[in-house]
Unconditional design. Sequence first.
Length: 362
Amino acid sequence: MRFLPSQEYMIKTDILIIGAGPTGLFTVFEAGLLKLKCHLIDALPQPGGQCSEIYPKKPIYDIPAYPEILAGDLTEKLIEQSKQFEPGFTLGERAETIDKQEDGSFIVTTNKGTKHQAPIVAIAGGLGSFEPRKPPIHNITDFEDKGVEYIIKEPELYRNKNVVIAGGGDSALDWSIFLSDVASSVTLIHRRNEFRGALDSVEKVQKLKNEGKIKLITPAEVVGIVGDDKVDAIVYKTADHIQKKVTLETDHFIPLFGLSPKLGPIANWGLEIEKNAIIVNNALDYQTNIPGIFAIGDVNTYPGKLKLILCGFHEATLMCQAAYKIINPGKRLVLKYTTVSGIDGFDGSRKEAPKAVIKKIE
């Protein structure tokens, strides 16, 4: 028999955040400015979401003020930024069920029985639970962790090694660029001549190819893996010579075809879902069809949606403004800038904001 925590041990907060990735962590900061407390639930054993668990060493190029920042470093800075507002965490547990109470609040229970109560629930679960999309190579599972990796966690593993990357999206392009300074050789194979990634990344790959730092093979497809206890070579065929197969020696084969996301138990919460994403009203505040439940970041969808971290930050900011009004009905919310009000005295309750110094021009 499994005993659930009693009502006495209920974790209570203002905003309960499902998902401790970048968007969830930034929500803590924005909510803290409004004097709202947050508690985060995440199935992973540490905060950071995919940025910490899957690709901590992956460079990110579209975070404002950072020409380049590693995903793990971004997570660390977001955690540092949120610490001042003392968020709570339930880690290594998955949000399982949600129940609405008579007072309008919600009780969310995890798979381990931990109960949380809050008037606002913000789902920031990224892509949800996920698994890598694998290419249709009959013996690929025989070489997993033996030279076949679907996720790059530690780039130093590829130091002075021969690496073949397959894929045509941002991950394939970005890692090809990054590993060109780490590996002995990098070969990028894509089944089309056109890439789906950012134009700047495509241009960088083309430049590295011209400099002889990356070998680019398109249109082509990896169809086989050769080796005994580990990967010794891959076999590919080109679109021009379908019957001809070419063997290329390599130490590592990294197919980067994205992740197959699943919402998990959240899919059973009565939310409107479209193609494994939660529909929200982006014209207002990213609220779902259930009042009091919001969805922000990659987990949501609406017309014109872009799955970018910076878009998640924007959505979190507007969501917190809406949450404040729900939690404090009738109380006027005046937008203030942190450059003027500071952090501790954002609502004027803790300390007075610094006065502006005006120099008169004679």
